[in-house]
Design a protein around this ligand. Structure first.
Ligand code: Q9C
Ligand code: ZN
Length: 370
């Protein structure tokens, strides 16, 4: 299988994030993608290709131009305003309650502040989304990685993997968040619909609900969104991801959320995956975009599922058994020592190659994150 990778992600060298006000080391760090790249290269069955530049238009087809401007200007602006922190993180967000009782027209006319910290809140969802000097370039490159993977599949490949970093599925039309700036999977799915005139399904198997992807396609019938994720009753993004969210308007019935309990293990996960795959199999279309996260792994530092490396091979196998072509895009996964082995297992499964587990790579069942 070919996999698309850009070194531009290295400059998105995040330092910290915050959890309920406490500063912690960033979870979404360059080492994640480097671990996956190194393991796929060592496997011998994967060919690295660089992305091609697709320009801003496919991004602007999905995202508000103001969000794109913010991502491009924020770092320079923060420094110009003497915000001398290792990364720009917001602390104040325009809750929709701030505007209660004001007309939609009035609210829509509220100006975006000129403060860089304020703008980070205006265009953001949460305080775990550090932005640094290289973020804009990395986010643009991640979109090109996704679109290049889509091109490979449109060109006839059965499957291609885009090693996107930063990830994308929390980014909505006008909002960054959850380590995401541009929604790589949504941009790829939208481009595929435009290129083929056919319907596309997105299967999101990151541990978290892809609120951004759901929001972007909420009223569209041409993209089916199916997501397996931690129940928002206990987990980020809290305010979307429930089973009763099924789409509206043209998109009615084209959104399937499958929230899962803490401790979800291989067996329960595979049963839920089969439900999601049944919905995709029942819908028209030839291409599936997979939002692939490994924060479902048993030792992930921010997840609470119990999946094993072996089950990722079976997941890849079952997804490929749909018989559709696959554009597989990296989302989350924060237990760094296991990321390479988990990606390798999933992708080998998707290609119909045997699992052939790697020798335990120097981390125990409860190994550290370094
Ligand atoms: N304790 C993705 O997996 N909340 N994003 C973090 C950390 C945000 C995850 C709290 C999680 C975002 C792509
Ligand atoms: Zn996630």
């Amino acid at each position: 299988m070919r996999f698309v990778y850009s070194p531009a992600h290295l400059a998105h060298d995040t330092v910290t994030e915050t959890v309920m006000g406490a500063v912690i080391p960033a979870n979404e760090v360059p080492e994640r993608a480097e671990r996956i790249r190194a393991t796929l290269e060592a496997d011998g069955g994967f060919t690295l290709v660089g992305p091609t530049d697709h320009g801003p238009d496919p991004i602007l087809a999905v995202h508000d131009a103001g969000l794109v401007r913010f991502v491009e200007e924020a770092w320079r602006e923060a420094r110009a305003q003497s915000i001398n922190r290792p990364n720009l993180l917001a602390d104040t967000y325009p809750s929709f309650r701030m505007f209660e009782g004001m007309s939609p027209a009035f609210v829509a006319g509220r100006p975006e502040t000129r403060s860089a910290a304020g703008r980070a809140g205006w265009w953001g969802l949460d305080t775990a989304n550090p932005l640094v000097a290289g973020t804009a370039g990395a986010a643009r490159a991640a979109v090109d990685v996704a679109l290049t993977a889509a091109d490979l599949v449109l060109g006839g490949e059965r499957a291609a993997y885009g090693l996107c970093r930063p990830p994308g599925h929390h980014a909505a039309r006008s909002m960054a968040g959850g380590y995401c700036f541009f929604n790589n999977a949504a941009i790829a799915a939208d481009a595929i619909v435009r290129a083929t005139g056919q319907r596309v399904a997105i299967l999101d198997v990151d541990y978290h609900h892809g609120n951004g992807t759901q929001q972007i396609f909420w009223q569209r019938g041409d993209v089916l969104y199916v997501s397996l994720h931690a129940d928002p009753e206990r987990q980020y993004p809290y305010f979307l991801g429930r089973a009763d969210e099924t789409g509206e308007g043209q998109g009615r019935g084209a959104n399937l959320n499958i929230p899962l309990p803490a401790g979800t293990d291989d067996g329960a996960y595979l049963a839920a995956l089969d439900r999601g795959l049944e919905a995709i199999a029942a819908a028209p279309g030839e291409i599936v975009v997979v939002s692939l996260g490994f924060d479902t792994y048993g030792h992930d530092p921010i997840g609470d599922f119990a999946l094993t490396t072996a089950v990722y091979h079976e997941c890849g196998r079952r997804v490929a058994a749909l018989g559709r072509r696959l554009v597989i895009l990296q989302e989350g996964g924060y237990h760094r020592p296991s990321l390479g082995a988990n990606a390798r297992a999933w992708l080998r499964g998707a290609e119909g190659r045997p699992y052939e587990p790697l020798p335990a790579a120097g981390f125990g069942e409860h190994g550290s994150n370094r």
